[in-house]
Design a protein around this ligand. Structure first.
Ligand code: ADE
Ligand code: ZN
Length: 328
């Protein structure tokens, strides 16, 4: 079995961040939107650093203007993921980019994305669940209608709530109202922390937002007591090594803390975050983990099992995906 064909469970992707540049250029041409400035001469996304990345990301999102565009996006993204052996994927979706946080508009976007996911499941044999995320640098007030959108559409397809965006904007506790709203609706929770912030950001996120999973969390490596707390609580990290290396949130692959986090007893999983932005795929992540840390079948099975156990899905889906992992 090759790295490409090994089955993979991926918990941390941003739906719009999975859009190939050619897909976004196509939408821009259809709508006569000039976003040529966000591309390099070779057609890849162009940005200088993380803050600029967020701006380029939002510029790309301006080409996605209605439910039909999101339908096409979901189909394109899942076809690509399935071609890299991904059997189950979770993607962050944002009402802020889909109708501006209006619940009625959001329902139409969800219906389109869910229909596309059902078709992709039949065509490409991959399951998608979606996690509604508020955007941290839009502020705590914008997070409230986003959490309402999440709670109103929580079900078979929208299965969790979280937060992405500029991590250094405010403290986790500023967003407690939105996370409380989602938790009270019964939603499982995740939040980006410790990608740019220190271990204190991870600790405060766990304490104030009561999430089960942390997006990235790599800077927890700097605090042994926090590692022990996370290992004991079973906190799951959605680690995205290629993203961290590309954005310089960590040193190179050899310096990346993913193996040291595992050695400390923390449950880690592996994801791509925004693959075309970071020149990665799940195949590339697995290849680099094998090359850098000597990971083999047992290690890949371990991260897949961690991901499946922590997936925000119903038990029927979990059982179905477990069978696909067994038959690898
Ligand atoms: N939005 C898209 N990608 C992101 C990342 N890596 N961190 C925070 N917000 C994001
Ligand atoms: Zn992310």
């Amino acid at each position: 079995m090759t790295y490409r064909t090994m089955p993979k469970v991926e918990l941390h992707t941003h739906l719009e961040g999975c859009a190939p540049p050619s897909f976004i250029r196509g939408l821009a041409a259809e709508k006569s939107i000039d976003i040529s400035g966000i591309f390099n001469a070779d057609g890849t996304y162009a940005y200088r650093d993380f803050d600029h990345f967020l701006k380029v990301y939002e510029a790309a999102c301006t080409t996605l203007q209605g439910p039909q565009d999101f339908y096409r996006l979901v189909k394109a993204v899942l076809e690509e993921s399935a071609s890299h052996g991904v059997v189950y994927q979770e993607a962050f979706v944002s009402p802020d980019f889909c109708g501006g946080g209006d619940v009625a508009a959001w329902r139409d976007y969800v219906a389109a994305m869910e229909a596309a996911a059902a078709e992709a499941e039949a065509e490409f044999n991959i399951t998608l669940k979606a996690i509604v995320t508020c955007i941290r640098h839009f502020g705590p007030d914008a997070a409230k209608p986003t959490a309402l959108c999440a709670a109103e559409t929580f079900g078979d397809f929208i299965t969790g709530f979280g937060m992405a965006g500029g991590e250094l904007a405010g403290r986790p506790g500023d967003f407690a109202y939105a996370f409380d709203q989602a938790r009270e609706a019964g939603m499982p929770l995740t939040c980006h922390a410790g990608e740019w912030g220190g271990p204190d950001m991870v600790a405060d996120t766990l304490r104030d937002l009561k999430v089960q999973r942390i997006g990235h969390g790599i800077n927890a490596i700097k605090d042994p007591a926090l590692l022990e707390q996370m290992a004991e609580a079973g906190t799951v990290l959605e680690v995205c090594p290629g993203s961290n290396v590309f954005l310089k949130a960590s040193g190179g692959w050899a310096q990346h803390p993913i193996q040291r986090l595992r050695d400390a007893g923390v449950k880690v999983t592996v994801s791509t975050d925004d693959p075309p932005f970071f020149g990665t795929t799940m195949t590339h992540e697995f290849e680099m983990l094998a090359k850098t840390f000597g990971w083999g079948d047992e290690d890949f099975n371990d991260v897949n099992q961690n991901a499946l156990a922590a997936a925000f899905c119903d038990d029927e889906t979990r059982t179905k995906i477990a069978k696909r992992l067994e038959n690898r």
